[in-house]
Design a protein around this ligand. Structure first.
Ligand code: ARG
Length: 467
């Protein structure tokens, strides 16, 4: 490699001999990844410092060269961080950009950094480090979102709302219970994130191109320096593997699906027809023509981001499908998918956390809706089973007749006169009215995980201890 102005040369020219002229424009355009993989600069430099330190420790390079390399790399790090680094597309990717600059800064010692290393294990390392940090960030953001839900659940452990199936009123539940459903969902997402961190916590550096290396390197040393549990065990797999990226995207996709269901509920709940919640001004917009409107744009965009994130997962699965071992350049296409999905997911979680914390809950509207649509019909049937000894199927039939009668009279179940109920089944007494209110219905559902406020409070305590 020539010294001096190497950063202006193409990577092919850096390799010399075989490539007489630089790649033509189209080749450069399709080949270059610097436009997006510059995001990996900090990981690339950390990895190189750990590698150079290990090389010197093993006597593969001199301590003097190592010092020059580390110093040069730290200079490059601050150049990039302060925006004083010129990325060159001719140099293809972040690895070659950093190495070329290092040569300009420190001269021939720079050429020793790539001893016992290939860009194949280098990129696997950089990207793994990046995904690991992103997973850690995601874990913290999910913890925040869960905390927001726990606060709302505590506040509304007794607030009654209609529970739905098929989006039809089913049985009364509490808003706190509904919030806790999301705590379970995002709690599962967070535990998937934690497992993924464990899966990827192996250091790829030292696998070299694919076969390992003849130099007496110490992969345990670099693994430790870079915060990995241990080195990977098979050099071929190491440079072929992008499971960690696919796993990130799969987790992101599942989490995005959860976020989109929440987004959809917020869109529905904030309509004037439902009126269950009012979004804060911070998370809604007005209409340029209709002054009365308050649109749930943030929720809609969270719902839409799910499409992008799911798309990224499918894209990377398809990129990796059928690739022979070991590295193929196809794998360069892994990064944009992950970067885009990560940005979308971060935004979506942050927006949802804000919305959940800020939205005003209209408990009166929720309660009124909870009592409509014959939501306590199951309670009437259960009462007939318990107090009159009817088999559940018969009680279901009797209750169906009571609902039909109430419907024809345009009233609620609890408003039917006792005589009407007794005409349907003489075993009914006025005690039945005690179970027909939404509060009584909710309070009765004390089964483990049920909607009774006492039960919801237990679940809140369970999660508080774990959040
Ligand atoms: N820019 C490449 C990537 O992202 C780095 C690895 C290149 N390795 C190679 N053998 N061409 O995958």
């Amino acid at each position: 490699m020539a010294e001096g102005n190497t950063d202006t040369k193409s990577s092919n020219q850096m390799w010399g001999g075989r490539f007489a002229s630089g790649p033509d424009a189209i080749m450069e355009e399709i080949n270059a990844s610097i436009g997006f993989d510059k995001k990996l600069f900090a990981q690339d430099i950390r990895g190189s410092i750990a590698h150079a330190t290990m090389l010197a420790h093993q006597g593969i390079i001199s301590a003097d060269d190592k010092d020059k390399i580390v110093h040069g790399l730290n200079t490059i790090l601050s150049e990039i961080e302060s925006g004083n680094f010129e990325f060159s597309r001719q140099l293809e990717d972040i690895h070659m950009n950093v190495e070329a600059r290092l040569a300009t800064l420190i001269g021939p010692a720079a050429g020793r950094l790539h001893t016992a290393r290939s860009r194949n294990d280098q990129v696997a390392l950089d990207f793994r480090l990046w995904v690991k940090e992103e997973l850690q960030k995601t874990e913290a953001m999910l913890t925040d979102l869960i905390a927001a839900f726990l606060d709302r659940a505590e506040e509304h452990a007794e607030s009654v709302m209609p529970g739905f199936t098929h989006l039809q009123t089913a049985q009364p539940v509490t808003f706190g219970h509904h919030c806790m459903a999301y705590v379970e969902m995002f709690g599962r997402d967070r535990s998937r994130v934690r497992h993924a961190i464990e899966h990827l916590d192996e250091s790829p550096i030292g696998a070299a191109a694919l076969a390992g290396t003849g130099y007496p390197i110490d992969r345990h040393m670099t693994a430790k320096a870079l915060g990995f549990r241990e080195p990977t065990r098979n050099s071929i797999d190491t440079v072929s593997d992008r499971d960690f990226a696919i796993e990130f995207l799969a987790i992101a996709a599942i989490c995005a699906v959860h976020l989109s269901r929440l987004a959809e509920e917020i869109v529905i709940w904030s309509t004037p027809q439902f009126g269950f919640v009012r979004l804060s001004d911070a998370f809604s917009t007005g209409s340029s023509i209709m002054p009365q409107k308050k649109n749930p744009d943030a929720a809609e965009l969270v719902r839409a981001k799910t499409g992008r994130i799911n798309g990224s997962l499918i894209a990377l699965l398809t990129i990796m499908k059928g690739l022979p071992l070991a590295y193929s350049k196809d794998m360069q296409e892994d990064k944009e998918q992950v970067f885009d999905a990560a940005e979308s997911l971060e935004l979506a979680i942050a927006a949802m956390t804000g919305m959940v914390r800020d939205m005003t809950i209209n408990t009166a509207r929720m309660k009124a809706a909870a009592g409509s649509g014959y939501s306590t019909a199951t309670d009437l049937a259960d009462w007939l089973v318990r107090e009159a000894g009817l088999p559940f199927r018969d009680a279901h039939h009797v209750t169906g007749r009571a609902v039909a009668l109430a419907e024809s009279k345009g009233c609620d179940l609890s408003e039917l006169p006792l005589a009407d109920l007794q005409a349907i089944n003489p075993a009914i007494t006025d005690k039945v009215y005690d179970v027909l209110t939404v509060e009584a219905s909710v309070a009765s559902r004390k089964s483990f995980g049920g909607t009774a406020p006492s039960e919801v409070r237990k679940q809140i305590a369970y999660w508080r201890a774990r959040n």
